[in-house]
Each structure stands twice: as C-alpha cells, then as structure tokens.
Design a protein around this ligand. Structure first.
Ligand code: SAH
Length: 274
C-alpha cells in the first residue's frame, strides 16, 4: 500500500534550464554540469543533447529546433509528474533560448506548474565567446539583437537596429541568416552603413569554440559584400564608431577593441562628425 509520504515524494519533480555554452566542454560551468548529472530526464534540440554523455538511468528526449514551446511544455509536464528534468540550451539559456520558452509555457499553462522548483544555470553566450576570441570589442556599451523575424516583424528589427546604431552601441547580431531568411543580414549591414564609416570593424565569428571555428575581421564595407557567406552558426558584431584594430606581427589577426571611455556625444560620432 502507498503511504502519503511516498505520494508527496513522487510528485516533487524539478526543472532546471541549463546553458551548455558555445560548444567545448571547458566552457560548460561546473554548476551546469552538476545540474545535468542530477537530472533523470534531459530535453533539448538533438545536436545539443548529442554533446552530453549520458549516465545510466538518464533518458534523453531529443526534439526539433523549431518546436521550443512544445519542448518547454513537455519539460513542465514531466517535472509535474515527478521527474527531475534538465532542459538544455546552447550558450546561455536566457539569451534567445529555452528559458523564455519555458516561462511562456508556464505563464499560459497548468496553474499547478507554478509550484514546481525551477532553476536556471547560466552559460557562456555566443557574443562573449566571440568577443574573447577577437580581443575586447565589448569594452564599451553594447547590445544584442536577434535578426530572426520568426517571432517579431522585420520592421521591429530595423527600428531597433536604427535606434541602437544611432546610439553608437556595439551591436551583436544573433540568428543573422538562414535558408528561410537569406537577405536580412545584408539589409541590416546596409542600415549600419547609414550610421558608421565604411571602415568600421565588423566581426563574423562562426562556430566559436568548435573544431570548425572561423573568426573573420572585416570592414563594414567588406561585411556587406560578404553577408551571404555567414550562416546560422555565425555571430555578427558591428563595431561602434570608436571600435578599432591593433595590428599584430606576422599572420596573427589584429585585435579588435572598443575603448571604455567615450568623449564625444553619440549623435556626433554615429554620423561620423567630430
Ligand atoms: N542561447 C544561445 C543563442 C541562441 S540563438 C547563446 O546564448 O549563445 C542562436 C544563434 O546564436 C546563432 O544563430 C548564432 O548567431 C549564435 N551562436 C550560437 N552558438 C554560437 C557559436 N558557437 N559561435 C558563434 N555564434 C553562435
């Protein structure tokens, strides 16, 4: 016969949303690894789950990358049924990723889910990994924008781009291009050319931390022409007016950095006037 105590225990599941970092194991935090080890059920996009070695007794639930809300609901249902669930996300789970999908499902879902213990384990997000490879491009004020117009109209993307470029922020572009969105990156870079000099540094950081990593440091003019060569594994960073290069001897790529100090007003600098 089941005792009341056992019933309570069976219902106490948990949900942790875990950031895996950009790729390599050494960029996974010990806390994220501990959350993965503690979980009985792992949920995520197939390629992310493939990165994680499973131990005995763990079940992996792989899913397609496009069904984030379904994945989030599934995770909440499993946790509500008493499982210890980890939802895994590339980079940081709070940056254009699963943490927001889980809260969207929570907000609209079964009120009983509100009592579940939910935790988020941060990860190294792509723009920080890319910045670390390039030098210190995020030394001044910066922002991150997803170029994907799956979840917001393109006019919203361009209005935000215009505003942050006018404010002279270093601008990191996530989800820059895909087969379904082939022209948006070039359009975004052309928009940047209305606010920045053609020689402004632009970084195309592809697959940072993975074996196929490629870091390209271009000028804005070159980046416009090279837009089609970026892909979904690329993080694009458009410099502020003060972002500059420090040449290195030999074949080493120059360092890219943005000084911490600002002496001119954004309006003057973003228009190239002094
Ligand atoms: N949560 C993730 C971002 C998800 S959006 C994070 O925090 O990094 C997916 C986009 O992230 C990709 O289109 C790409 O722009 C960027 N990205 C993810 N991993 C990357 C990597 N290793 N190198 C460069 N960009 C990456």
């Amino acid at each position: 016969m089941e005792t009341g105590e056992e019933k309570t225990e069976a219902r106490t599941g948990s949900l942790t949303i875990v950031g895996l970092g950009p790729g390599p194991a050494q960029w996974l935090t010990p806390a994220a690894q501990a959350a993965i080890d503690a979980a009985g059920d792992l949920i995520g996009y197939g390629p992310y789950l493939d990165r994680i070695p499973t131990r005995d007794g763990q079940t992996k639930h792989a899913s397609d990358n496009r069904v984030e809300i379904d994945r989030a609901r599934h995770a909440l249902q499993l946790a509500a049924a008493g499982k210890n669930v980890a939802v895994v996300s590339g980079g940081d789970p709070g940056v254009f990723a699963m943490a927001a999908a889980v809260f969207e499902a929570l907000e609209a879902g079964d009120p009983a889910w509100l009592a579940l213990p939910i935790a988020i384990e941060p990860g190294v997000t792509a723009m920080l990994a890319a910045a670390a490879k390039a030098g210190a491009p995020l030394g001044g004020d910066f922002c991150a924008i997803s170029l994907s117009d799956n979840l917001k109209p393109w006019e919203v993307v361009t209005a935000r781009l215009d505003a942050v470029l006018a404010a002279d922020l270093v601008t990191c572009l996530y989800n820059p291009i895909s087969k379904a969105r082939p022209w948006q990156l070039r359009a975004a870079l052309e928009l940047a050319a209305g606010h920045r000099e053609p020689q402004t540094p632009v970084i195309f950081a592809r697959a940072v931390g993975r074996p196929d990593e490629a870091l390209r440091i271009l000028t804005l003019a070159e980046a416009i022409e090279a837009a089609a060569t970026a892909d979904m594994a690329t993080l694009v960073m458009i410099g502020a007016s003060s972002t500059r290069l420090i040449a290195r001897p030999g074949d080493d790529a120059p360092w890219v950095y943005t000084p911490r100090s600002v002496t001119k007003s954004p309006c003057a600098t973003s228009q190239g006037r002094t």
